[in-house]
Write a protein that binds this ligand. Sequence first.
Ligand code: FPP
Length: 251
Amino acid sequence: MIRQPKPHRSGALPPKFAPEVIPHHVALVMDGNGRWAQERGLPRTAGHEAGEAALFDVVEGAIEIGIKEISAFAFSTENWRRSPDEVKFLMGFNRDVIRRRRDEMNELGVRVRWVGRPKKLWTSVIKELETAEKLTADNDVLTLNMCVNYGGRAEIVDAATALAQDVKEGKIDVSSITEKVFIKYLDEPKMSDVDLFLRSSGEMRTSNFLPWQSVYAEMVFMDILWPDVDRRVLWRAVEEYALRNRRFGKA
Ligand code: FPP
């Protein structure tokens, strides 16, 4: 039995949106955890811990307004450059969050998918991601792409490599390569194009997140640190998104 999301603790209800202004796929760059912790004299890791509640509140708020897909940038291929202690923390944290939240996601009808590279990623993290994927495979209320060890350029290079290999082996003809064919080689071919790209913390860049999928995404940068985000911030971003005029290259 699928349960409805719990209302926000403030009692806030979502604004009334026309269905056509709801983005199908929202990408989240959950930035500002370190600064949030620093402002409180806490270790950076405390900021990541506080970010967990923000993400899952946003997921519930997304379900409330009918968003169908969320991609959360939980660990990037560039995050390996952080201190060994922070990398170790983030690996263990991702593993534990996925384990801790999988039943709740399942109850809400959320399908969890892992998007990213296996190379270097802790086996225990991969195991938890695969368990959550299996448990939630038939859910269709919302898909949550957990982007762990994900990098946009890495994804495109890996796709190009696999495609070149198939050409070499005669499985595909060079003349038949199209965007549609190329997508099949990406980390998650079923991922839809991003409609709304949301980044917290006031930084205005995409940081190698979903470049292929975001070419026509509407960018919304929120001046708030990730641990302070909740579903009301998502709803405000959707209000802004609803005012945009999307042309996709047309006049
Ligand atoms: C950016 O904050 C965030 C990350 C490097 C990714 C990790 C994100 C989380 C832990 C949030 C919740 C994730 C899960 C899996 C529940 P930052 O460290 O770059 O902050 P700063 O820019 O202030 O230093």
